[in-house]
Design a protein around this ligand. Structure first.
Ligand code: GDG
Length: 467
């Protein structure tokens, strides 16, 4: 294949494993093709140097970044991406801020990305655009004459048609997807929502399985559930920093069973609901009181978005009240930390836990669930309690699947997890590991790029260019 050009909101150096997930996944193919990675530098500056593209060489890979002006950052990043698309795509219309000014900034930054990237492109490049910040990027590139293959992957869920239709300008957004050759989703549910929307709202024709025709274009769409690099994560688990963390946790909690939750502090992750389920467990099953401790890491995230401050306060109040009501001088039920744990130590924490609570209200995939499984000792593995609303639940059927809105049901599943016999833990873990290995992050990357290599959107006319 030609050179791979990745475009995402933020850029990571694929040589640094601390960058995690996506960077590790893309490193091989970026290195092999001498690729480019283009995105925002993370810097907000005066409008004057917006035209610059910063070029950094990372081995054979070029990292290209642009700065954003304050106004663009506020409208594009805080406003439209995280104030409209993130909440609505996670089914939270109540949290969306449909300020009419945001969409202009969103479009402006996508145009700016297209104009800045264009001079670096070669005719046989394959362009892979990542996530909701950049939905109209292909259409903006096409408007500038770009004819390369362009694929798009949505890391977050796509909501059902009627929820999507609540966004002013939803038709514009979906039309923009038809400028891609291939659109990838995390799950079959998301793909079905796409099909439902384009067939009802845009009167698209399903040409054959996996292809839809509308706006004079035929686009390919499919589900490509993202995975983790199982080998890399196993190596991280066996490295000294993680082992040391594991041993410290084992010693500290030798008399109790450890439950763990690791999430970005985000309202989609269901943290207050999780705390209520844990409180339900302690209330209904007093025998769990001194024998279980929940460690909840809530790593800081998007703190300049209002809804995130609300969730922080709600979570702090719940943890405080659980500890106040149930705590003893020598036992605190919840250890809550609003801090980031070093990536090298995370697997040690996962491995020391008997139970992981991964209970988002909605999640594209959820990689924490997969990392927890990969960090376990197969001879004595912990149990995954997983929300049925995480994309990962389509694959990890042997987890204890819960409805996070149902605190009684979730509490019952946590109890089952705490009491699960060794043999059953092993069987469930082994089955899920097989799925994790089969569909790891390299499979995700290879299968998307192979499908993109075969997908070529047919064009009937230039009407789709008019966004
Ligand atoms: C989006 C979608 C989809 C978390 N806390 C710490 C920490 N993390 C790491 C985890 C994991 C990553 O962050 C979180 O990934 P998730 O998949 O759970 O969730 P999002 O950040 O919301 O990601 C999601 C994903 O994109 C990929 O497509 O699965 O559905 O929402 O890797 O380990 N890492 C460190 N310290 C922490 O405190 N080092």
């Amino acid at each position: 294949m030609g050179r791979l050009v990745v475009v995402s909101n933020r850029v990571a150096d694929p040589r640094k494993t601390a960058a995690g997930g996506l960077a590790v996944a893309l490193a091989d193919v970026l290195n092999a093709t001498g690729g480019l990675w283009f995105g925002w530098s993370g810097k907000v500056v005066d409008a004057t140097d917006e035209d610059e593209v910063h070029v950094q060489q990372a081995g054979p890979v070029k990292l290209l970044t642009v700065n954003l002006s304050q106004a663009d950052h506020d409208a594009f990043y805080l406003g439209y991406s995280n104030g409209v698309l993130w909440p609505v795509f996670h089914y939270r219309l109540d949290l969306a801020d449909f300020d009419a000014g945001y969409i202009g900034g969103y479009r402006r930054v996508n145009q700016l990305f297209a104009r800045r990237l264009l001079p670096f492109l070669q005719p046989d490049d394959v362009i892979w655009v990542q996530d909701y910040h950049l939905i109209p990027l292909a259409a903006e590139l096409r408007a500038l004459g770009c004819r390369q293959r362009i694929g798009f992957f949505l890391h977050i869920p796509l909501p059902p048609p009627l929820i999507l239709a609540a966004i002013p300008g939803h038709d514009w957004l979906v039309r923009a997807l038809f400028a891609y050759d291939l659109v990838g989703f995390q799950s079959k549910a998301d793909l079905n929502h796409f099909a439902g929307y384009v067939e009802t709202e845009a009167h698209a024709q399903r040409v054959e399985d996996g292809r839809w025709r509308a706006f004079g274009r035929t686009v390919h769409a499919g589900a490509f559930p993202i995975g983790i690099d199982v080998e890399e994560f196993t190596a991280l688990t066996n490295a000294p920093e993680a082992m040391e963390m594991y041993e410290r946790m084992q010693k500290e909690y030798s008399r109790r069973k450890l439950l763990v939750g690791v999430d970005r502090l985000d309202y989609s992750k269901g943290l207050p609901q999780r705390m209520r389920a844990f409180r339900e467990l302690l209330t209904r099953h007093p025998e769990t009181r001194r024998s279980a401790t929940l460690i909840q890491i809530a790593s800081p995230s998007r703190e300049d978005v209002g809804a995130y401050t609300d969730i922080l306060h709600e979570l702090e109040a719940l943890c405080g009240s659980i500890n106040g009501n149930f705590g003893e001088l020598d036992w605190m039920p919840v250890r809550y930390m609003h801090r980031t744990v070093a990536r090298a130590r995370l697997p040690g924490l996962y491995r020391a836990a008997r139970v992981a609570l991964v209970t988002p209200l909605r999640d594209g995939m959820n990689l924490v669930a997969k990392e927890f499984l990969a960090a376990q000792d197969p001879a004595d593995p912990g149990v995954l309690v997983l929300s049925r609303f995480a994309g990962a639940a389509e694959q990890l059927r042997e987890a204890l699947l819960v409805n996070p809105y149902d605190s009684e049901g979730t509490a019952a599943a946590i109890l089952l997890a705490l009491q699960m016999p060794l043999e059953e833990r092993r069987t469930r873990h082994a089955a899920m590991m097989e799925s994790l290995r089969r569909h790891d992050v390299h499979w995700w990357c290879d299968s998307f790029l192979a499908a993109l290599g075969e997908a070529r959107a047919e064009e009937k006319g230039p009407s789709w260019l008019r966004l």
